[in-house]
Design a protein. Structure first.
Length: 90
């Protein structure tokens, strides 16, 4: 739904059904984006040959008492720290 890219991490606000586990979503996101990035940017393929493009870990936080609007505003207000803001389309 919303995200921003920093030098060493990415913030994303996503929505998913409760029957899909977060680790599966992260696995799919990392796998698909890695494949796309490595095919589009050949220098990454040479740099990360035999290595993982993404770090092994991740951090996840569910939205409880906070609305999606507040989280979106938080991500947008990180613009000084982040290089780019993006919208996740689906």
């Amino acid at each position: 739904m919303k995200g921003s890219i920093g030098r060493d991490h990415i913030h994303m606000l996503i929505s998913c059904p409760p029957n899909i586990c977060v680790s599966k979503i992260v696995q799919q996101l990392k796998g698909k984006t890695s494949k796309i990035l490595l095919s589009e940017y050949k220098e990454l393929k040479r740099r990360y040959w035999g290595q993982h493009l993404w770090a092994v870990g991740y951090f996840c936080r569910s939205v409880g008492e906070v609305s999606n609007t507040i989280i979106k505003e938080y991500i947008e207000n990180q613009s000084d720290e982040y290089e780019e803001t993006f919208k996740i389309v689906g």
